[in-house]
Design a protein around this ligand. Structure first.
Ligand code: ZN
Length: 387
């Protein structure tokens, strides 16, 4: 199983972690069904934003991304997520990407322009099949340099980008430059999992263009199907919008309580919507959406009853939602703090692979099992039987 991991240019927010919780539940389910799981997750530590930000800060890519890699590992642990068997960095796999681009070059699927190498999607007849994108109006040879481009707009994309002044680049057989984002995942997925993977997961916004491009690169190079099963996680929705850095509505796992409260207070900002367009109907109240995500059953019942009788205003509603979220985040933040006191621990777990990881995983599994009331149906887990 391959999972598109975080781009480590900033802290991941709880919306990002929705996707990682989803893939964690999936791997736990497969293990509980006695499948052997080999999961590869990449850390995208080279992309447009990272290169620019590292250059602006005057530090190497490794230095710039290290803080965010550590924070990601700590957050994963705070959420009790299992560490994938292989957690791999793009910058450690430049050679594999160059090799894959050379294979595509040999098959005549690429062209060069001003030092960059592009994939000609017109030469891959299956392009667009996963995301069902309409290619009717597509012009051949129209290309794009940026990693993340307009939705619904198919373009030839960059496999390799010419260096820009002042920015980091690699000297390679295909020339100086750096890999495009899409080739990272194709190269790393196939290196560890072979030409055909059983499962590929990611956020729903990655289906196009990222995963479409991964398919085009991998299948054209190998002649084999790339992925048997694609599974995409939906976004975390807040007030009708996805939680996203670009919308400014993110909550971090490390946000202290007052920050969470303040963010929630200001998050539902449209006064017309806050006034509750349809009194008595909690289903159309944007704050009601927050309760659906974060509140327990009893609080939701209270809020809904108050809303129907118009006895509760949205301010009170919001403060209850903030309480619920803070309650949810507090234990995770505590756990994260413990790890901050001993920052080596996350790496030790990764490197040793081993007892500590198994213990954490077993604890996590037992927690999940207890929480989900599955104790009768399941056999003892690793850790309980002395393994
Ligand atoms: Zn990816």
């Amino acid at each position: 199983m391959y999972t598109c991991g975080p781009t480590v240019y900033d802290f991941a927010h709880i919306g990002n972690f929705r996707t990682f919780v989803f893939q964690d539940v999936l791997r736990r389910f497969l293990q509980s069904r006695k499948y052997r799981v080999l999961q590869v997750m990449n850390l995208t530590d080279v992309d447009d934003r990272i290169i620019q930000k590292a250059a602006a800060a005057g530090v190497s890519i490794r230095e710039y991304t290290e803080k965010y890699v550590q924070a990601f590992l700590q957050d994963m642990d705070a959420l009790h997520l299992e560490v994938p068997e292989e957690l791999v960095r793009a910058t450690d796999h430049i050679e594999d990407m160059v090799g894959l681009i050379e294979r595509l070059q040999k098959k005549g699927l690429t062209y060069s322009s001003e030092g960059s190498i592009y994939y000609s999607i017109a030469k891959f007849p299956h392009y667009g099949r996963l995301s069902k994108i309409d290619l009717a109006g597509m012009k051949t040879g129209v290309r794009v340099d940026v990693d993340q481009y307009e939705k619904e707009n198919a373009r030839d994309f960059a496999l390799w980008k010419a260096p820009k002044p002042g920015e980091h680049f690699w000297e390679t057989r295909i020339g100086p430059g750096r890999p495009g984002w899409h080739i990272e995942c194709s190269a790393m997925a196939m290196k560890y999992l072979g030409d055909t993977l059983d499962i590929h997961t990611g956020g729903v916004d990655l289906a196009f263009p990222h995963h479409e491009n991964e398919i085009a690169q991998s299948e054209a190079a190998t002649g084999h199907p790339f992925v048997r099963l694609w599974l995409h996680a939906e976004h975390l929705i807040i007030d009708g919008e996805k939680m996203s850095k670009s919308y400014g509505n993110t909550i971090l796992l490390t946000d202290p309580e007052p920050v969470v409260r303040q963010k929630l207070k200001t998050m539902v900002t449209d006064p017309a919507r806050v006034r509750r367009s349809d009194p008595g109907n909690p289903d159309v109240c944007p704050v009601g959406d927050l309760h659906k995500i974060f509140s327990d059953r009893a609080t939701m019942d209270k809020v809904n009853a108050g809303c129907r009788s118009a006895g509760i205003g949205c301010i009170e509603c919001k403060s209850w939602a903030a309480d619920a979220l803070v309650q949810l985040l507090n234990p995770m933040q505590e756990r994260r703090k413990k790890f901050e006191e001993n920052p080596r621990l996350a790496w030790d777990i990764l490197e040793a692979g081993s007892e500590q990881a198994r213990k954490v995983a077993a604890e996590t599994m037992n927690d999940v099992r207890d929480a989900m009331g599955m104790s009768l149906a399941y056999e003892p887990l690793a850790g309980e039987d002395g393994r």
